[in-house]
Every structure is written in structure tokens, then in C-alpha cells.
Write a protein that binds this ligand. Structure first.
Ligand code: CO
Ligand code: CO
Ligand code: CO
Length: 326
């Protein structure tokens, strides 16, 4: 669903919240933070979507990596997960089994456990997980504490939405885009461990609203603006080629329309700006880290084996929520 449609639907809900709920849906953060006692909080999140790749096992892994990612983006540790599956039994139950196995293997890799789930019959397959995690109260990393002077670091390349669209249209094969698929199936665990070790100001993961959509939530919630350099942003080469040929998912247009004047694009060059709005599935972490600690963060990401670690811009004082792309 587009961010605008979501906002409209959520406007029906009462805004009063329980005292224990430290982070609810109003700051569009990655997971809810519910205070348990004086030292710890529970993290809760849920995500599900239809297949984006052909391989059922790979799809299961990507879904689980994506669902777990919201816990990592808050600086937490995942504990338990519940499966949510909608499936047309006519497709054959082996296929559902492969999807669930992919999810199970990925959850196991995270150190969490699958404790149950729910399945329904549906015409279109969908799979997701609800994940519960835990975090020390003084270690919660929200998306709304970015500070002027911070460097913005991104930990996976962009373009997965474009690549998945091309796959669906039969323009590319799964093999053609395997590096991107494998990146989507990679947990944000190592990146999160690195940022926790160093200490950062804010974090969110890049998913359906695209890089600029999630960055906007961050700078808006933090009361600051961001300036990013388009040339410094890691993007899958194949996605750039496809975007130039007009392969753009509908969600990218929706994200761009929603952001409107909040994004000022002064960059001109060979990279189609639509990529910055491209909905990602299981994208990387966007981390806002103080200038002094930025080098330390890049080193920590490297030593934790995070393949992509790019400084893409900085946080500045200015109109809350504004993003300038130069
Ligand atoms: Co998220
Ligand atoms: Co989510
Ligand atoms: Co967060």
C-alpha cells in the first residue's frame, strides 16, 4: 500500500496510547517498542507479501530476512516468530513446504525460533512473519533521532523492486539477478551488530517506501533535513539499465507522488531518479551516525562482513523532512 493510502487508513485509529508503549505507529518506525520493566522492552513487527522471485525456498528466505530486519533496525535481538501464509492448495503443498522451509532456515540463522503460525486458502500466495524481539531500554535505536552533522550510511544496494518487476515481466531470469536476490535473503544482523557496537543516532531499514520514503520518515521524525549525493548511492547495475528502459514498479511512482515537494532533485546525470523511490524488499539499513563515529562504523561493518557500506549523504539543520538529492 502507498504511504498516502496507509496514512489515510491509520487516521481512523485513536491516537491515545498505553504508557508502556514507547514507540507506536505515529513515527512510522520499524517495530513497536513496549516497555516490559525498568531495563527492557519488547519489539514487535509483522510483514507479508506475494512472491517476488520464482524459487519458493528463496522467497521464504527473503520474506523472513525482511521481517526480522525491523527488529535489527531497532537495535534489538529477535526471539520468536509466527508464520502467516495464504496459499492456493491447487499449486501443490510441496511449494508451500519449500517456502516455509526457507523461512525456517532464515529464522534459525537469526538465532530466533518459529513458535507457530496460521495459514489460509487464497488465490494468490502470500507469506510473512510476525517477529517478537527484545532490546535494552537504553539501546533502542529509533528512526527519529538523527542529528545535524550525521553521516548517512546504507548497507545494501538499491534496485530490487525494479529487478523483481523485470523478473515478473520475463525480461530477466532469476540467474541474471542472483546477486540481488542473495542480498535480499541476507540478514541485516551483521550490519545491526556493527552499529550497536559503535553506537549510532538513528536507523531504519529500506523496504516498501523506497530509500527516499524511509529517509523522509527519518528526517521528518527527527526534525532535520538530509542532503544526499546520487553518485554515492549503491545501485544494482542491471536495475539502472532496466530503469532507463522504463521498467519502473507502480510502487515507485506512488512513493514519488506521496513525497512531492519533500524531495528536491537537483541531480542530473545517468542515474534515473525513480530508483531512489523504488520499493525494496529486505533492503539494507539506513544508519544515521555522528561524523566522529562514521569511520568507526564503516570499519565495524567491514569486520562484520557487510558487503555494502556506503556513505550517501549527511543530516543538516533545516526544514524537517526535506531531502535534497545532488
Ligand atoms: Co522497517
Ligand atoms: Co515492516
Ligand atoms: Co529503527
Amino acid at each position: 500500500m502507498s504511504p498516502g493510502d496507509l496514512q489515510q487508513a491509520l487516521s481512523w485509529l485513536p491516537t491515545d496510547k498505553a504508557e508502556e508503549l514507547l514507540v507506536g505507529f505515529e513515527t512510522s518506525d520499524d517495530a513497536a517498542v513496549y516497555k516490559l520493566d525498568d531495563t527492557r522492552a519488547l519489539l514487535q513487527t509483522v510483514d507479508f507479501f506475494p512472491p517476488i522471485v520464482d524459487s519458493a525456498y528463496m522467497f521464504g528466505q527473503i520474506v523472513a530476512a525482511n521481517a526480522l530486519s525491523d527488529i535489527y533496525a531497532m537495535g534489538g535481538t529477535p526471539l520468536t516468530a509466527l508464520n502467516l501464509a495464504a496459499f492456493p492448495c491447487s499449486l501443490g503443498l510441496d511449494l508451500l513446504g519449500e517456502i516455509l522451509l526457507g523461512g525456517s532456515d532464515k529464522v534459525k540463522e537469526s538465532g530466533a525460533v518459529i513458535v507457530g503460525g496460521h495459514t489460509i486458502q487464497d488465490n494468490e500466495p502470500k507469506y510473512g512473519l510476525s517477529v517478537t524481539g527484545i532490546v535494552d531500554l537504553d539501546k533502542v535505536i529509533t528512526n527519529s533521532n538523527a542529528k545535524p552533522g550525521d553521516a548517512l550510511v546504507l548497507t545494501k544496494p538499491l534496485g530490487m523492486g525494479i529487478l523483481a518487476t523485470a523478473l515478473k515481466r520475463g525480461i530477466v531470469s532469476e540467474d541474471d539477478i542472483m546477486p540481488a536476490i542473495e542480498a535480499a535473503a541476507t540478514l541485516n544482523k551483521a550490519a545491526a551488530e556493527a552499529m550497536i557496537e559503535v553506537g549510532v543516532n538513528a536507523c531504519t531499514d529500506i523496504t516498501g517506501f523506497g530509500l527516499l520514503g524511509h529517509m523522509h520518515e527519518m528526517v521528518n521524525g527527527s526534525g532535520v533535513k538530509a542532503t544526499i549525493t546520487i553518485k554515492s548511492i549503491p545501485i544494482w547495475e542491471r536495475a539502472i539499465d532496466l530503469a532507463k528502459k522504463g521498467v519502473i514498479p507502480g510502487g515507485a511512482r506512488g512513493n514519488r507522488t506521496f513525497l512531492g515537494d519533500a524531495v528536491v532533485l537537483t541531480a542530473s546525470g545517468s542515474i534515473p531518479p525513480e530508483i531512489l523511490f523504488d520499493p525494496q524488499t529486505s533492503g539494507g539499513l539506513l544508519i544515521s551516525v555522528s561524523q566522529e563515529k562514521s569511520k568507526q562504523l564503516l570499519d565495524a561493518l567491514k569486520s562484520h562482513g557487510v558487503a555494502t557500506r556506503a556513505v550517501i549523504g549527511r543530516i543538516e539543520e533545516g526544514t524537517a523532512g526535506l531531502i535534497e538529492v545532488i
